[in-house]
Design a protein around this ligand. Structure first.
Ligand code: NAP
Length: 557
């Protein structure tokens, strides 16, 4: 019997004995081939405190150990010496490799956090943070203890990235850094202590510094070190950080939404050496869409699931880097040099699939209460408003999809729309009616009010009568469309339309040679299917231009 057989022999057990379904077990068995040394996982529970989650983690850990005995769970009550020595008072809590690191999950790692939990097991087992050379160099400057607590929800696609930022730092500097993932919904007392109204929300050193959103890895390391918003470039210069060697590619794709991922599949299948660089999370806006019902082949599919399928497919061909955006592009010896916080990529062609970002209302209170009652991502933050009262502003597909998702979570939701009819698809309008979600027609939000750092009400104006009134709410979700993510396009002097979208021809060429654009950044109807179509066209055109540079001939004529 090989060592591997020994670790997995129970896999043949009767299906009824298992908590995880067979398919998940098979995937985990494959994943756990990457485990190197044993990982102790301490599980702390107390009966009567979050029983459903206690049961979940206990069963999960029993299964994981049966799948691979290098996972070694140890179960403790809250009365135990181990719990008291480590100041554990809530249930469930998981500590990963506590013999070597201070990494914990306060709350069960459910939903999206399953990903950070499994990655944490692998990293701890290998004893390698996996951080870039630059991040390691930044953390090399640390000489004082640091604590990072990342508040998350189970449906937030941005959260695992930020949790892993914290965990990686704790593995890199175990003697100084402790990291904790806190399920905000399971721990309302801790969430309200830090006024968590949007996730991921990171609290450094018990509140000395706080940050909202997912940070690129190196910026996280800088902010952990400096406990303040990083003036990235200054800090980098002062520290004399190493520069990575440039990689050589045929195609660099900026953005890993449906357009970028499709372009990658097509580019590699044409024989082009390709890398996809994504500043935020893979999947773009679709990954944040609770449910997609107009993607052919899928009657109804969560946006996140659809993008996971697409990402798995693209990764069979190309490297897809998450949390690494192209910040700057220069020309060099007939090639393009794309700079990211991690290094430089020299390429023949650049495909911009940088998508779009939330449009703001631009009203008083919107910035002030961002993350404390004002939200743009219903998938991420909906959980924080369970049994509360919120409004969704907007009348498009996003607003109605979000309203239905929030209602489904048990939230009292009202839609506020500036006109007397929706532009959203009829199907969504029918669902809204069926769910009895009230709509305030011909109404705009003029101001968001709050106290003690949290929004509590809005001023509404009736656009037909001009009358204003106040409405008490716990939160406002703003879904009034998107603005193009065009900073890179602007720095490249690409031609933009009046709304800021990149102008392209039918082959997705921009006005600059060997630079193409596809997906939401080109404007248009902004559907997943159109983004995919444009992605394939951009890659095919890049291939044509690299192999048969017709524009060179045209110039000579
Ligand atoms: P959208 O279609 O542009 O709709 C934006 C909505 O916000 C409109 O109803 C607009 O009102 C309203 N609005 C804009 N500015 C406003 C302001 N300053 N104050 C108040 N209201 C304002 O944006 P979206 O819903 O985010 O959709 C974007 C794209 O993604 C669309 O192409 C959409 O089809 C696609 N999408 C599709 C799905 C789906 O198919 N399931 C889901 C999500 C998104 P008016 O109507 O008066 O202009």
């Amino acid at each position: 019997m090989t060592d591997h057989d020994h670790h997995t022999q129970d896999q043949t057990g009767n299906d009824q004995d298992w908590f995880l379904p067979k398919e998940a077990r098979d995937r985990l068995q494959e994943l756990f081939k990457g485990l190197e040394r044993e990982v102790l996982v301490q599980v702390f529970t107390a009966p009567g405190l979050n029983d459903a989650y206690n049961e979940y983690v206990e069963k999960l850990l029993h299964d994981l150990q049966r799948i691979n005995q290098r996972i070694r769970p140890e179960f403790h009550g809250l009365e135990s010496e181990e719990a008291q020595n480590n100041n554990i008072t809530s249930s469930p809590v998981l500590r990963i490799a506590p013999d070597r690191y201070d990494i914990r999950f306060t709350g069960a790692p459910v939903g999206e956090e399953g990903r950070s939990f499994l990655t944490a097991l692998l990293l701890a087992s290998r004893g390698d943070s996996g951080l870039s050379e630059t991040s390691r160099a930044i953390l090399g400057h640390l000489d004082q203890p640091r604590k990072a607590q990342v508040f998350v929800t189970p449906t937030c696609p941005y959260c695992p990235g930020q949790v892993l930022n914290a965990f990686r730092c704790a593995i890199e500097r175990p003697e100084l850094v402790s990291a904790e993932c806190v399920e905000a919904d399971e721990h309302p007392e801790l969430s309200s202590k830090y006024n968590v109204g949007s996730v991921p929300h990171t609290v450094f050193n018990d509140g000395e510094y706080e940050q909202l959103g997912l940070l690129p890895e190196e910026r996280f390391a800088l902010e952990l070190l400096g406990l303040k918003n990083a003036e990235e470039l200054d800090a980098r210069t002062e520290m004399d950080l190493p520069e990575a060697e440039p990689g050589e590619y045929d195609v660099v794709i900026a953005g890993a939404g449906p357009a970028g991922l499709t372009a990658a599949i097509y580019a590699v299948r044409s024989g082009l050496n390709t890398v996809v660089l994504e500043q935020g999370v893979i999947g773009g806006q679709v990954a944040l869409t609770p449910m997609v019902e107009n993607y052919p082949g899928f009657t109804s599919v969560p946006g996140k699931t659809l993008m996971e399928i697409m990402t798995d497919h693209a990764r069979k061909y190309a490297t897809v880097q998450e949390g690494e955006g192209v910040s700057d592009v220069t020309s060099q010896d007939g090639r393009l040099l794309c700079r990211t916080p991690r290094g430089e990529y020299s390429t023949k062609a650049l495909i911009l699939a940088t998508g779009a970002t939330y449009r703001k209302l631009g009203i008083p209170g919107e910035e002030e209460y961002l993350g404390s009652g004002v939200n743009y991502c219903a998938s991420c933050d909906g959980y924080l408003y369970k049994s509360k009262r919120v409004a969704v502003v907007g009348g498009g597909n996003t607003a109605l999809t979000d309203a239905l998702h929030l209602k489904n979570l048990g939230i009292d939701v009202t839609v506020i729309h500036r006109r007397d009819s929706f532009r959203a698809q009829k199907h969504l309008q029918d669902s809204l009616q069926r769910e009895h979600i009230p709509v305030l027609w011909n109404t705009v939000v003029e101001e968001i009010h709050g106290s003690n750092g949290r929004a509590h009400s809005v001023t509404l104006r009736d656009t037909t009568t001009g009358e204003t009134r106040s409405l008490d709410l716990d939160g406002v979700f703003i879904a009034v469309g998107y603005t193009p993510h065009n900073e890179l396009a602007q720095s490249l002097n690409l031609e933009l339309d009046s709304a800021g979208f990149i102008k392209v021809d039918k082959q997705m060429r921009t006005n600059r040679k060997m630079v193409y654009a596809c997906g939401d950044i080109t404007g248009g109807v902004q559907q997943i299917v159109t983004a995919i179509g444009e992605g394939s066209v951009a890659a095919i055109t890049a291939f044509e231009d690299i192999t048969h540079p017709n524009w060179e001939n045209a110039e000579q004529q």
